[in-house]
Write a protein that binds this ligand. Structure first.
Ligand code: GRF
Length: 212
């Protein structure tokens, strides 16, 4: 009998939900092509037709699906999205700039299999414009967080956080640009941990298994 080690990566079927420019999606695509991760992006789903993320996926020959939210009721949109996610049955759903708060039934169906990337050290500065919130609050250190998604807005068990200093000369643009780089590596690192089954979800915390 062979024992599986927490260190040996298992390719995950990933669905990425996007609404915009898709640099975090690009980081996953690039990590796969440079073999930093072994998971496969099964589908990129966008709720916005014009999202640059869709073009990035198409260029990388990753399947895409548009499920538009514009002009639809919340109930109709989320029931379409839920049906698609159930059909795809992914191992992992990554919210990468997906600008909708998911419905409770989607979260119930995929709790523990769905992660979000956010540009602050949560629980500080949830919601929109986290970088601007950090500058306005005058904090000297901010960062980014990858967490499991629960029913709150940018709440849920934290998996990884990386800190970034705020300098006196920083603007929203300069800080956002540095944080974005950090987001990309943190998101890829999280996927790598999940591939190696290193993340243990315990209530509202996660623990990282020790590397052997
Ligand atoms: C990122 O800052 C992410 O943390 C936030 O939305 C932004 C998406 O950027 N949730 P991109 O579309 O991945 O470039």
């Amino acid at each position: 009998m062979t024992m599986s080690s927490p260190m040996s990566p298992r390719p995950l079927k990933i669905v990425v939900l996007v609404s915009g420019r898709g640099t975090n999606l690009q980081a996953i695509i690039d990590a796969k092509s440079s073999q930093v991760i072994c998971s496969q992006i099964q589908c990129v789903i966008s709720n916005v037709k014009e999202a640059l993320a869709l073009q990035r996926a198409q260029e990388a020959k990753v399947p895409t699906k548009l499920i538009e939210s514009h002009g639809k009721s919340r109930t109709e949109f989320f029931s379409n999205l839920h049906a698609e996610l159930k059909a795809l049955n992914p191992d992992l759903i990554v919210l990468a700039g997906f600008m909708k708060i998911l419905s409770e039934d989607i979260i119930d169906s995929f709790y523990g299999k769905m992660i979000n990337i956010h540009p602050s050290l949560l629980p500080a500065f949830p919601g929109l414009s986290a970088q601007k919130q950090a500058l306005e609050a005058g904090v000297k250190i901010t960062g980014c967080t990858v967490h499991f998604v629960d029913k709150g807005c940018d709440t849920g068990p934290i998996i990884l956080q990386k800190a970034e200093p705020i300098y006196d000369h920083d603007t929203v643009e300069s800080l956002s640009a540095r944080l974005l780089q950090k987001e990309h590596t943190t998101l890829v690192e999280t996927i790598s941990l999940l591939e190696r089954d290193m993340v243990v979800l315990q209530g509202n915390r996660t623990l990282l298994k020790k590397q052997l």
